[in-house]
Design a protein around this ligand. Structure first.
Ligand SMILES: Nc1ncnc2c1ncn2[C@@H]1O[C@H](COP(=O)(O)OP(=O)(O)OP(=O)(O)O)[C@@H](O)[C@H]1O
Length: 212
């Protein structure tokens, strides 16, 4: 589902990561661990074409290039540490993709929206809130809700449980990790790591698979 081949991640004056290969298969739940500044977030961003990286990345058989970035982003649900919802209210943010040509006419009804929010331990009242005023953990769950409503199956998630209360965290773990989805994540949360199927540590600028 995601392949990395001969990748090198540089910051000025330093190589953070140099790796010959990593293959993530459909349905894998991969969590990346490593010290602060080791390049975990950068690696996730590189998959979405949002961080320069040397080497080859492919997603669903499509090689990441300047031309294919838009198509790859359409396939991925990227949940960053501080999502920008890009709309005035939470409802507008949630339904934003359904105003685009690719999803027009497929807007979910209110019942489906409420059920999706409930799965993520969010109350329907949040829809009326100003998008920029909800908490970071709520923003991340709205991005997940949007991806579920769009039937996305490939999730890239950067520390998405660190700000959550236990019930919300369990809801997110159930939706993303007890699922058929493919998930590439960064986390230090023991519950998230336990529910993942593969653990990869960044050690001395290399990716090293750990025992699960
Ligand atoms: N767009 C960028 N351009 C240049 N350097 C960057 C960029 N983004 C991040 N960096 C640098 O790359 C390094 C790795 O950052 P990254 O956020 O990937 O680390 P991380 O392992 O996710 O850290 P943390 O656990 O603290 O979030 C840091 O030194 C950071 O300053």
């Amino acid at each position: 589902m995601i392949h990395f081949e001969n990748i090198t991640l540089n910051v000025p004056g330093q190589t953070l990561l140099k790796e010959t290969g990593l293959r993530i298969a459909p349905g894998d739940k991969v969590v990346i661990r490593g010290p602060s500044g080791s390049g975990k977030s950068s690696l996730l961003k590189a998959v979405a074409g949002a961080r320069p990286i040397l080497g080859k990345i492919s997603v669903g058989g499509i090689a990441l290039t300047a031309e294919s970035i838009a198509e790859i982003r359409r396939r991925i649900a990227f949940i960053g540490q501080e999502p920008i919802l890009g709309a005035e209210t939470v409802r507008e943010a949630l339904l934003l993709p359904f105003t685009y040509k690719a999803h027009r006419g497929k807007q979910p009804d209110d019942q489906t929206i409420f059920q999706t929010l409930e799965k993520l331990h969010l109350k329907p009242g949040i829809l009326q809130n100003e998008a920029k005023r909800i908490s970071g953990g709520e923003k991340q769950r709205i991005v997940i809700a949007r991806a579920l409503l769009l039937n996305k199956t490939l999730f890239i998630a950067d520390e998405i449980t660190s700000a959550l209360d236990p019930e919300s965290k369990q809801a997110v773990i159930t939706q993303l990790l007890h699922s058929e989805f493919t998930v590439l994540s960064v986390s230090h949360d023991p519950d998230w790591i336990k529910a993942s199927t593969r653990i990869i540590d960044i050690i001395n600028s290399k990716l090293q698979e750990a025992e699960v």
